[in-house]
Design a protein around this ligand. Sequence first.
Ligand SMILES: NC(=O)c1ccc[n+]([C@@H]2O[C@H](COP(=O)([O-])OP(=O)(O)OC[C@H]3O[C@@H](n4cnc5c(N)ncnc54)[C@H](OP(=O)(O)O)[C@@H]3O)[C@@H](O)[C@H]2O)c1
Length: 313
Amino acid sequence: MNAPLDVVTGAFSYSGGYVAERLLAAGRRVATLTGHPGRPSPLQGRVAAHPLDFARPDRLAESLRGVDTLYNNYWVRFAHGGMTHERAVRNSEILFQAAAKAGVRRIVHVSIANADPGSDLPYYRGKGLVEQALKAAGPSYAILGPTVLFGGYDVLINNIAWMLRRFPAFAIIGDGRYPIQPIAVEDLADLAVAAGAGEGNTSADAVGPEVFAYEDLVRLLAERIGRRPWFFKVGPRAGLALAAGLGLLTGDVVLTQEEVDGLTRGLLKSKRPATGRRAFKAWLAAEGGDLGRDYHNELKRHFEGGETEWEPS
Ligand SMILES: NC(=O)c1ccc[n+]([C@@H]2O[C@H](COP(=O)([O-])OP(=O)(O)OC[C@H]3O[C@@H](n4cnc5c(N)ncnc54)[C@H](OP(=O)(O)O)[C@@H]3O)[C@@H](O)[C@H]2O)c1
């Protein structure tokens, strides 16, 4: 008999790759839904790729037929070009309906801590609406809400380190005392795979054991990579103007208004118990030496360039 088949969205991208590796190690078969089937990844050749094409729900359902568990982490970090959070909500609904139509047993859905359908922030509101759509879709579900991930190809932590390496000064937005509770990408993947093995409908945050004030975390990063920039405080507007300037330099969207709002309102900390076990400080000491050597560009990765066109199959 064939091993059970799971589908992971974005297995050639970031956290989905860690989930796929664990499923393969457990003897399961894994396929991915992705917009980047040819992206270099150690999973190439071990994971079949199908298009994450929301314009073709029937093809999505076909790709999900015979699948036991769908691990969904599809989302967009910010609105850009024609892509908006509202559209990402609709796309997520299409994906869940395709999974229900295909008879998928369970959906493990990666959301965000403090998702709220009533939020004035489109990211958090969208994530809240997607959770509602998931609950109505039919298959059993497990929701995991991370805050910010660290390890591997993370964006936020790595790019802060990149700035610390390159500039003699670093701007802290606001008082810098707002909390941040990072989780190791490996912990998120462990939680996801454990949730996939369950049956009932569940919801938990995916957050690590340590909470830092944002400024303290930035200072820890600076210390680890041997930099001593001048830290200065700015208001959100000036911070975003600086980030826009950096965006010109990097060809990326470095920071959005919404991310500043989420951060300064304390939304990067969970109100629920910690579920991750790997400590950020220990990871930083062991593996943080190369942080920020390269810039991790969200626009290039997900919105433009470097894309592999789908070959008709
Ligand atoms: N990374 C964090 O620090 C963090 C923090 C809190 C919550 N989360 C949540 O955790 C989940 C996984 O995050 P991740 O960082 O691991 O995501 P990711 O691997 O970068 O992307 C996950 C999936 O979303 C797709 N995607 C991303 N941006 C897209 C865009 N602009 N247009 C079309 N498709 C797009 C990717 O498509 P491709 O397969 O084509 O690449 C991939 O299938 C997400 O739901 C995210 O909101 C992440």
